[in-house]
Design a protein around this ligand. Structure first.
Ligand SMILES: Cc1cc2nc3c(=O)[nH]c(=O)nc-3n(C[C@H](O)[C@H](O)[C@H](O)COP(=O)(O)OP(=O)(O)OC[C@H]3O[C@@H](n4cnc5c(N)ncnc54)[C@H](O)[C@@H]3O)c2cc1C
Length: 279
């Protein structure tokens, strides 16, 4: 490879970034670099020839909070979100705490986690479950898209050419019950997927339920979830059985996922629900 052709840009403003990107459309955003580097097989990493470092864009590091939302810039490190403490929804904290190790989490950004193209990394599961919104910027405009529309599978992430994830808006709602599960990829230490199970409970009535898996594909069945919304807690076993019947029908239509992983996901959902049952 001709090293002279390698270029890395360090824009300080959006204007600078998008004008560079227009001149070098093949340039790739570089956030913490942990994913870009971990994909390199050889001892000398063969990174994309042209990189746009997002490091100098102060706006992408901003964290703000209102009564209803937590907003984090795409360049906020995973560890910095964890350090925010109790204001962060538990499902997100638990997910981020399970990613790699403290050294990687000090470099890795939330934007890099969400924007990896080949599969949905762990952060997408809590973002979808919590109804997060993503702000996407291009040279001409910015738009907001829901985490579920951004990450839907099969297919690529909902990010246009020369479009950047700039901000993530996470609703700060009270979830009364959170269970998460991480699945290693078969035969490796890599993540094979992440599952979130959250629910709201008001006066012993289940008022909202979200069950989301992300990995090589995304599992979420709103129809099954709606079966249990409005039921009294503890749940009656017959309601759990009805739910599981629907959930199994939903899973039976999934052909592109490893059977063993599907079985594990199914068991996790069943066990989580039985923990909410009477007797
Ligand atoms: C040892 C190790 C273990 C890991 N374990 C896990 C794990 O258990 N679970 C998990 O989910 N991940 C894991 N990862 C993967 C990865 O490190 C994280 O997902 C991380 O959050 C990626 O962030 P980054 O800032 O380093 O992204 P980068 O590597 O810089 O970028 C990743 C991709 O996103 C694009 N990108 C980055 N930011 C933006 C943006 N703002 N807008 C548009 N595109 C953008 C880049 O062009 C690139 O394609 C692991 C990585 C390592 C090295």
């Amino acid at each position: 490879m001709d090293a002279a052709l390698n270029q890395i840009f360090f824009p300080q403003t959006y204007q600078e970034l998008f004008s560079r990107w227009a001149k070098h459309p093949d340039a790739v955003p570089y956030a913490g670099g942990t994913m870009l580097f971990s994909l390199q097989g050889s001892r000398t990493p063969a990174l994309p020839r042209k990189l746009i470092s997002l490091d100098k864009l102060a706006e992408l590091r901003r964290i703000s909070r209102t009564e209803r939302y937590l907003e984090v810039g795409a360049m906020v490190k995973l560890s910095d979100i964890i350090y925010l403490g109790k204001i962060v929804p538990e499902a997100l904290t638990r997910c981020l705490e399970g990613i790699a190790n403290p050294q990687v989490r000090n470099l890795a950004t939330i934007g890099g986690n969400i924007c990896f193209k080949d599969r949905r990394m762990d952060g997408s599961a809590p973002m979808i479950a919590l109804d997060a919104l993503y702000e996407l910027r291009s040279a001409q405009s910015s738009r907001w898209v829901s985490a579920s529309r951004f990450s839907s599978l099969p297919g690529p992430i909902n990010l246009g050419p020369q479009e950047l994830l700039s901000r993530i808006r996470i609703p700060l709602e009270q979830w009364n019950y959170t269970i998460c599960k991480k699945y290693p990829a078969a035969g490796t230490n890599n993540s094979g997927g992440f599952m979130v199970f959250i629910l709201k409970n008001q006066k012993d009535t289940l008022t909202d339920l979200r069950i989301v898996f992300t990995g090589s594909l995304i599992l979420r069945d709103k129809k099954s979830e709606s079966i249990l919304v409005g039921r009294r807690l503890p749940l009656e076993r017959k309601d759990i059985h009805t739910f599981m019947d629907h959930w199994r029908i939903y899973l039976s239509a999934i052909h592109s996922m490893d059977d063993l992983l599907l079985e594990k996901v199914n068991n996790f959902v069943k066990t989580s629900l039985l923990a909410l049952a009477d007797g």
